[in-house]
Design a binder for this molecule. Structure first.
Ligand code: AMP
Length: 173
């Protein structure tokens, strides 16, 4: 094969790949054990997954618990990634990473303490409402600790069904 033909082929392949890639945002939180190192481990596992490219991570911020108040403060942030995986498969990978880091679901109070929490906040411009998977994340609009890192990663982000991330933050003020 000539060099030129090989280049054309590579270009074609790249173009099809890009068409299949979705930008997604994942919320990350932890308030048990060593939150910073657990978040670091979760990000490493996420970056190592096939079909996921970790592009950016927000600042991690300490936030007060919401919902269930009698627990330590949280460390929260978000990650931007590109993925070839469908949303459902991406969520499965997030739940598997939580499990590998020792999170036991269904244990303790709802919104209670957790070693690691990974939420699929936004998946491209899709809205999904299926059993076990709602996108954008159902409590995103009311959670400053999720909106702030999103706005840091993409200040111009428009969230399908909810609106511009900046407007959502302004409404919380
Ligand atoms: P929790 O992490 O305790 O808030 O709850 C996670 C559960 O919510 C999982 O079992 C998921 O099936 C479900 N769920 C629904 N939509 C989402 C989403 N966008 N991100 C993460 N979990 C979701």
């Amino acid at each position: 094969m000539s060099v030129r033909r090989r280049t054309e082929r590579t270009r074609y392949r790249r173009r099809t790949r890009i068409a299949d890639v979705t930008t997604a945002f994942v919320g990350i939180g932890s308030n048990l054990g060593d939150p910073e190192s657990q978040i670091g481990s979760a990000l490493e596992l996420l970056a190592a997954e096939d079909g996921i490219e970790l592009l950016a991570v927000s600042t991690l911020r300490e936030t007060e618990p919401v919902g269930y108040l009698d627990q330590p403060s949280f460390l929260n942030g978000a990650a931007r990634l590109e993925t070839e995986l469908p949303a459902r498969e991406l969520l499965e990978r997030l739940l598997a990473i939580e499990g590998r880091l020792g999170r036991v679901r269904g244990e303790g109070p709802r919104f209670g303490p957790r070693t690691i929490d990974l939420d699929l906040l936004v998946y491209g411009d899709e809205t999904i409402d299926e059993p076990g998977l709602t996108v954008p994340h159902p409590r995103l609009a009311e959670r400053r600790f999720a909106l702030e890192p999103l706005a840091e990663l993409d200040p111009d982000l428009e969230i399908r069904g909810l609106g511009p991330v900046q407007a959502l933050l302004a409404e919380l003020e």
